[in-house]
Design a protein around this ligand. Structure first.
Ligand SMILES: Nc1ncnc2c1ncn2[C@@H]1O[C@H](COP(=O)(O)OP(=O)(O)OP(=O)(O)O)[C@@H](O)[C@H]1O
Ligand SMILES: [Mg+2]
Length: 259
């Protein structure tokens, strides 16, 4: 069987008249480190939510390692870890309790849950605050708690919606190292980010979405070639070109009252 780690088939979501995701077909092979880019409102979070079973598609579907998320959600969800957009954590638990709770819900043994929780808390530099209630956490601490919880069951495919947003440089580096390590071991990572420099450094392949449609996809050298851009073109140059916002031809924006 040659299943993709992630596959979407004409995946579509409407909100009233707005088509947030429009017949999206993407395929991510096992072991890829896939960066999902696009301007604000392009449809990245909506896509991720439909792929991981948090938001029902209007039409089309998504498969995880060949298992249809909307036909066999329990089976499909077993192999994924998710850092969602909204970070809905249980505010009245501490980080340690929350991460353990998630591990237990995945059916891991008690000893495994405890060991992995401690390792993850240390990795995220949360040990000093691990007995504080999540309600009192900063944004970055919540994000790191959610990330620890997403990793505890050793998922084969990990979805991260802006994992580096609001995270300090030290933790950012730790997270990058963990993600790289996971990919080296064969895990597939699918993540969205606006931090193009990180995407450029980590990803084996990127997809750029605008208005719910894929407008560019490939490795960075492939994107350069397709955009007829030089060898020195950065991912930012390629991104701006793909979404039609490169400097040539773009009108300057200014505020009338700051003339
Ligand atoms: N629950 C909702 N109800 C109505 N419209 C929605 C809803 N969720 C998303 N949208 C719309 O769908 C479009 C895509 O939103 P989405 O959150 O997927 O964008 P995004 O690419 O994740 O953007 P960002 O980079 O800002 O996170 C936007 O136009 C947004 O307003
Ligand atoms: Mg988003």
């Amino acid at each position: 069987m040659n299943n993709f780690a992630v596959e979407t088939i004409n995946l579509t979501r409407r909100f009233d008249k707005k088509v947030a995701v429009d017949h999206l077909n993407l395929q991510v092979a096992e072991g890829e480190f896939y960066g999902f880019l696009g301007p604000n409102g392009a449809g990245k979070s909506t896509t991720i939510k439909m792929v991981v079973g948090l938001l029902r598609p209007t039409s089309g579907t998504a498969k995880i390692r060949g298992v249809d998320m909307w036909q066999s959600p329990l089976e499909a969800k077993q192999s994924i870890g998710v850092l969602p957009e909204g970070l809905n954590l249980y505010d009245r638990l501490t980080a340690r309790e929350f991460v353990r709770f998630v591990g237990t819900m995945y059916g891991l043994e008690r000893g495994t849950v405890q060991n992995r929780t401690e390792e993850l808390l240390e990795l995220m530099d949360l040990q000093g605050d691990a007995d504080k209630l999540i309600v009192d956490y900063s944004h970055g601490m919540r994000k790191k708690t959610a990330l620890a919880a997403a990793l505890i069951h050793g998922p084969r495919v990990i979805f991260l919606d802006e994992p580096f947003e609001g995270v300090d440089a030290i933790s950012g580096r730790a997270i990058r190292q963990v993600l790289q390590h996971l990919v080296d071991q064969g895990t597939t990572i699918f993540f969205s980010s606006h931090i193009l420099e990180v995407v450029e450094r980590l990803c084996t392949r990127v997809g750029v979405i605008a208005d719910g449609r894929m407008v560019a996809e490939g490795t960075i050298p492939e994107l350069r070639q397709r955009a007829a851009a030089g060898d020195t073109a950065t991912l930012e140059d390629l991104f701006l070109k793909a979404v039609g916002a490169s400097e040539e031809g773009a009108e300057e924006r200014k505020l009338s009252w700051l003339a």
